[in-house]
Structure formats: structure tokens, C-alpha cells
Design a protein around this ligand. Structure first.
Ligand code: SF4
Length: 557
């Protein structure tokens, strides 16, 4: 009868962080084989098992002994701390078995019992540093050529991985961690957050939060795991946090999100993705343009090769905007952390409240700030919506303001839709339109709300069809409330007042809006609100729905 090999990772060392299977596997074993320190760590779990514990660098003899005992019919536990399959004994046990011609079908049975590896246990004590792509690198060059380790450190540093360094230093190996720091500093800011965790979840647990530049000033030994943040990792209240990227789509301090669930996976909302925010046909077009642009002219062949740092900065520029690479480089020189957080900046622009004319210069500015990766959408509401991936929204708004654009937020906000007052010729009510816009533009509301403002009784810009309509006529204002602006049962607003004095219209609109903001339900359009409450200020609701039979529409009404 052949026995069984249980290759067990028992996690960091405390019993509560050991898996239940690790516990039962230890209990069902006849023999326990492990490095002495590890056997001591689990000694309280042992009963009458035979113990074979040996010292450092005796792994091969332990694996051979385990295989031999299993072949004699025993159930043998080969124990490692952390995970048996991560720098543990699992690989070596298989290698020894393979040398003996083992197969799963004919040989001893093998079970690898996973455990919590040091990078995970240490990360949990440091905060949340491994929230994004990460790697582990062992600095032990006893079995691995240093040149290979060096190459891996460089590649990981260049690729912006969060890095967990295992076996960073021992009595004899002291230079490796210095070399690792030197390489990392070539690619990362000296202020990159670093966590040093010694003996995680054991009695002598010790945690240090430091940075890449100063990490060697602290005690680092064989039992230390060094966790190095990526370019986005930040420190908060002594915790290392690496953002996953949620800021690109979500506003974390608001419950209402700018993107509705069904919009979150749309191409245009992911300009950083492989598709670059473009639909399939646009992608094909862009690819062929890129290929043409990439054809290398003969004169370029002799140019010196770019360094890996140049490539990293170029890549950063591609994802974070034109100046990001340069700023990261500058930040490095100044020993500053540069953590660009690229998100899609959404805003609406128009030439003005009254003005409806764009200048060529404005169009050029618009094209420049939107760039190849942003989008411009012409809307039916006198605005162009811009969606621009950027780490610098202030730079965008600054340039648009300098070009004379009116900038407004997008979403469930107040918007004034004024006519052009016959290109400014019928200008008597322009001051009121501008004042309403000044006081209320961009105000957050239960649902988007548009006030149509027309400068004469012709109302050619359709103010009566907006949520609230304001029409200047014979030196005074008429007011319409509760148009149903969408759907097949859309209807004009209810005429609720005529002859409102010019000095009364602005405060009146403010009062109506404030009433709706306070009492409207989330997502409740103004016409529904008016219908539900029955009265807004002194204006009583009247049903304006067309009295005709209309079959329900397949979606919405
Ligand atoms: S609503 Fe009257 S003032 Fe405004 S653009 Fe039309 S005609 Fe001119």
C-alpha cells in the first residue's frame, strides 16, 4: 500500500490564520517533516506524530525522506510556512518524485494544501497595498543567478508592479537589498511608500512604514517581507493603499454616480481600454492610421535606442496625457511622488448663455483639449458634452475658460436654455437670463431640469417645451410649468402666470427650483413632481396629458 504526501502551507504562523484543511492534514499525518523553526511553530498541534526536523538548506533531504516514507505506506506531512506552492516545498517534492518516475496514477498520492503567503499576510497588516497587479521576487541568489533576479526587479519596476520582496537579506546576503533599491530608484520616486513586515502574525511581529529612499535605514532580515508600492500607492493614516482604479468611473464620496450601471461598460466611458473608447469600425481605422505612422523612415534606423525609462515615460504619457511622462521625470528629479490618477472628465460647454456662435479659435482649442482620446457629443440642449481622459481637469477647464467657453457640469443639474435673443437684437430680457444662469447654473437637483428662456412671444426656441418655460412678452414675463419633455405623451408646460414683473422673475424661478430641490424625490422629473405635490408655490397642477389613446411604447413611454 502506497502512502500519501501532504504538502502543507500553514500560513504566517498563528493558528487562526491556518486553513482548516491544513489543521486536519496535520492531524491525519503519521509523520511531520519540516524545517525546525516551522515544526516549533506548530508544536501545539502535534500529538503522536513522528517528527523529522532538519535545518536550513536541508530541503532536498527532507523532500527525499518524505517521498521514501510515503512509499512505505505512511501519510507524511511536509510543512512550509506561508503557501507550500509559493517558494515552499511543493515544487521540490514533485521534482524528487519525478526523478523517481512517479505518476499520479501509479505513485503515492500527493495533496498540496494551500496557505496564506507572506505577501498576503503582510499586505493585510499594511493596509491594502496589493490592490493592483503585483509580483513577488525572492532576493535569495543561493539557487537563482543574481543576473536573473536583477532582470526581474528591473522588469517589475519598469512595469509598475507592486512588488513583494521575499528573503531580502540574511547574515551573509546583505548587498542584494541594496542593489534592489538602486534598481527600483531608477524607475520609481524615492517617496514611493514601502512597508517592512517582520514575522507577520507571530509573537515578534514588527511593522515599519517607510519609503523607497529610506527603507535601508530600518532593520531588514530573513523574516522580513518588503512591500514596495506602485506609482499610485499612497499613504493614509500609516496605511499603504493602492487604488484599484475606481476613481476613473465612480465618485467615492457620493451615492449618486455620474455613470448609470448600464453605461459603465460602454466603450466611450473606457478610453483607457484596448479599444481606446472607440467602436469597432473606428478602432480599425485608427489601427491602420497608427500602422502608417509607425512605418520607420530609413533616417531613423541609426538613431540611438530608447532606454527602458524613456519607454516607461512614453507609456505613462499615452495613458495619462501628453505632459504626464515629462512631469513624472521632473518629479523624479525633485524627489516628489507623482501619482497620476487618470479619469474621464465630463463637462458641458457652450459659447455662452445668449451667444450661439463658436469662433474658429474656440474650435481649435476644443480639438486640442479633447485630443484623440476624448469625445465631443453635440446635444439637443445647446451644449457640447466633452468626455476627456485626464489627470488634470483644472488644466482643461482653464484652457476652455480662456477661450471664452461657458462651462457647466453634466448630469442631474440645473441648465438654462436661452434663445439667442435674435442675435442679441431683442436684448431687454438678457439681464434676467444671465442672472438666472449665474445663480442656478450647475445646481444639483433630483433630476436634470432645463429652464427654457425665450426673449419674445414668438418663443422660437421652444421654451414652453422645457421643464419650466419663461417667455418675455410686452416687457413682462409669462411662466410655464411642468412640460413633459420626453416620451410619446410629451406635452408643453402649463401656463401658470402672465405679466410677471422683470424684478420678480429671477427670485420666483429661484424659489420654484429650491422647492423642487428640497421636496423632489431622487430621479423624479419636474413634471412628475408637480403632478405628485399638486401645487408648486401658488400654482396648482392641471393635467396637460393629451387625451388620445396611445399604445404603450416598448421601452419607456
Ligand atoms: S424667441 Fe424671440 S427673441 Fe428669442 S430668438 Fe426667437 S424670435 Fe428672437
Amino acid at each position: 500500500m502506497l502512502g500519501k504526501l501532504l504538502v502543507i502551507g500553514f500560513g504566517p504562523g498563528s493558528f487562526e490564520h491556518m486553513t482548516n484543511r491544513a489543521l486536519t492534514a496535520i492531524q491525519e499525518s503519521h509523520c511531520i517533516i519540516g524545517y525546525k523553526t516551522y515544526v516549533d511553530l506548530i508544536s501545539d498541534l502535534l500529538t503522536d506524530q513522528e517528527i523529522i526536523s532538519t535545518g536550513m538548506s536541508e530541503e532536498v533531504s527532507r523532500a527525499q525522506a518524505a517521498v521514501k516514507l510515503a512509499e512505505e505506506g505512511k501519510t507524511v506531512a511536509v510543512i512550509s510556512s506561508g503557501d507550500a506552492g509559493v517558494y515552499g516545498m511543493a515544487g521540490l517534492v514533485y521534482e524528487v518524485l519525478i526523478e523517481k518516475g512517479w505518476t499520479e496514477e501509479t505513485g503515492v498520492s500527493v495533496e498540496v494544501v494551500p496557505g496564506v503567503s507572506a505577501s498576503n499576510s503582510c499586505a493585510s497588516l499594511l493596509g491594502a497595498p496589493i490592490m493592483h497587479d503585483s509580483c513577488t521576487i525572492s532576493l535569495s541568489d543561493h539557487l537563482t543567478p543574481w543576473k536573473l533576479i536583477e532582470k526581474r526587479i528591473e522588469a517589475a519596476a519598469q512595469a509598475d508592479f507592486v512588488i513583494s520582496l521575499y528573503n531580502p537579506k540574511s547574515g551573509r546576503r546583505t548587498r542584494q537589498i541594496q542593489e534592489a533599491q538602486r534598481i527600483l530608484l531608477t524607475y520609481r520616486s524615492p517617496n514611493t511608500p514601502v512597508g517592512l513586515v517582520k514575522s507577520a502574525y507571530r509573537e515578534r511581529q514588527h511593522i515599519v512604514i517607510t519609503d523607497l529612499e529610506n527603507m535601508l535605514d530600518h532593520d531588514i532580515g530573513m523574516l522580513t517581507t518588503v512591500v514596495i508600492g506602485n506609482s499610485s500607492t499612497f499613504l493614509y493614516d500609516n496605511k499603504l493603499i493602492t487604488p484599484r482604479g475606481y476613481q476613473r468611473k465612480y465618485t467615492l464620496d457620493k451615492t449618486e454616480q455620474r455613470l448609470k450601471p448600464h453605461e459603465r461598460l460602454r466603450h466611450e466611458n473606457e478610453p483607457w481600454a484596448l479599444h481606446q473608447g472607440k467602436k469597432e469600425d473606428e478602432q480599425i481605422q485608427k489601427k491602420s492610421q497608427t500602422r502608417k505612422a509607425e512605418a520607420v523612415p530609413a533616417s531613423k534606423v541609426s538613431e540611438p535606442m530608447e532606454t527602458s525609462l524613456d519607454l516607461a515615460l512614453e507609456a505613462l504619457s499615452l495613458v495619462a496625457g501628453e505632459n504626464a511622462g515629462a512631469r513624472a521625470n521632473e518629479g523624479q528629479k525633485k524627489n516628489e511622488i507623482y501619482n497620476p490618477v487618470v479619469s474621464v472628465f465630463e463637462l458641458a460647454i457652450s459659447p455662452g448663455v445668449v451667444n450661439k456662435h463658436f469662433t474658429p479659435k474656440q474650435m481649435i482649442t476644443l480639438a486640442e483639449v479633447v485630443g484623440n482620446d476624448g469625445t465631443m457629443e453635440y446635444t439637443p440642449h445647446h451644449q457640447i458634452h466633452l468626455r476627456i481622459p485626464t489627470a488634470e481637469p483644472e488644466m482643461i477647464t482653464g484652457r476652455l475658460k480662456d477661450a471664452g467657453f461657458l462651462i457647466e457640469p453634466i448630469g442631474d443639474v440645473f441648465q438654462l436654455k436661452a434663445c439667442d435673443f435674435c442675435d442679441g437684437e431683442k436684448k431687454d430680457s438678457i439681464p434676467q437670463a444671465e442672472e438666472i444662469n449665474k445663480r442656478l447654473s450647475g445646481l444639483e437637483l433630483p433630476k436634470e431640469l432645463k429652464v427654457g428662456f425665450n426673449g419674445c412671444g414668438m418663443a422660437c426656441y421652444g421654451a414652453v417645451n422645457d421643464d419650466i418655460g419663461v417667455i418675455f412678452r410686452k416687457g413682462k414675463f409669462d411662466l410655464f410649468l411642468g412640460a413633459k419633455t420626453v416620451g410619446r405623451t410629451a406635452h408643453a408646460g402649463q401656463p401658470v402666470a402672465e405679466g410677471i414683473e422683470p424684478d420678480k422673475i429671477v427670485p420666483l424661478i429661484e424659489e420654484i427650483i429650491s422647492d423642487y430641490k428640497e421636496k423632489g424625490h431622487p430621479n423624479e422629473r419636474f413634471f412628475k413632481y408637480f403632478k405628485r405635490v399638486g401645487k408648486v408655490l401658488d400654482y396648482t397642477y392641471k393635467d396637460m396629458t393629451p387625451k388620445i389613446e396611445i399604445e404603450p411604447a416598448p421601452c419607456g413611454d
